[in-house]
Design a protein around this ligand. Structure first.
Ligand code: DX5
Ligand code: ZN
Length: 244
């Protein structure tokens, strides 16, 4: 049977002018992670949080920071996020082949069929590990599960995007549970069990669809921070995926 499901509230849907208030509130729900979405205006058509804000968040809270890098050139900028105090750093596999097409519109995102030279991303993952942090690999909705197979036994976490990245509050893409199942099955054949995280459109209705396939960690932004009571919303997601 699968283990206890972890929750990572995404600050993307919090009030950026009141991040401390959002963090203090959500701390009361004891989430396992705080999900921080970093966007560079190129990999995704939006700009959000960068290293200085992550540094401040790291001082503010003891909740581990799950930093999701939606940036085109993670190799060049990785040290910024290590220095800022990210506990877990996830990079996108779509960056692996060098050139990443700029994403210019919401609801679309880059995809790749396969990685030409896994060595480059493996080296990046090794840099994250050398700094004593956990590493994740993420894939966009149109990238097939097999594109991340070369990294499954090298990372602590695989992040399945269940929306095209860039914005909170989008609808869950129905192919995500099957992708989770494929990744869990492949990890099993390798004898490893990285955390499977799902990000995008997660709420109390969609959460069980992915945990039923083996997802361990759920990101939720809109469903938590735009709820009348974020703590109640967090609890509703937990209850929706509780075993037994
Ligand atoms: C989207 C981000 C998500 C976002 C999810 O690009 O990666 O982490 O915050 O937001 P919801 O839960 O609102 O879909
Ligand atoms: Zn995210």
């Amino acid at each position: 049977m699968f283990g206890e499901v972890q929750i990572a509230p995404s600050l993307l849907s919090a009030d950026f002018a009141n991040l401390e208030r959002a963090v203090r509130l959500i701390e009361q729900g004891s989430p396992e992670w705080l999900h921080v979405d970093v966007m560079d205006g190129h990999f995704v058509p939006n700009l959000t949080i960068g290293p200085p804000v992550i540094k401040s968040l790291n001082k503010l809270t003891n909740i581990p920071l799950d930093v999701h890098l939606m940036i085109s050139n993670p190799a060049e900028q990785l040290d910024w996020y290590l220095d800022a105090g990210a506990d877990l750093i996830t990079v996108h596999v779509e960056c692996a082949n060098g050139a990443v097409q700029a994403a210019s519109a919401a609801g679309a995102s880059p995809s790749i069929e396969q990685v030409e030279d896994p060595g480059k991303l493996l080296a990046l993952i090794a840099r994250i590990h050398a700094a004593g942090r956990q590493a994740g690999i993420s894939l966009n909705p149109d990238t097939p599960a097999r594109a991340v197979f070369p990294f499954v036994d090298a990372v602590e976490l695989i992040l399945v995007m269940s929306v095209h990245p860039g914005f909170g509050g989008q609808s869950f893409i129905a192919s995500a549970p099957d992708k989770v199942a494929q990744l869990v099955a492949h990890a099993r054949t390798l004898g490893v069990s990285p955390l499977i995280e799902v990000d995008g459109g997660i709420n109390a209705i969609t959460a069980p669809l992915v945990t039923a396939q083996g997802a361990d960690l759920l990101v939720a932004g809109n469903a938590i921070f735009n709820a009348p009571d974020p703590l109640v919303a967090l609890e509703q997601i937990r209850r929706a995926v509780a075993h037994g």
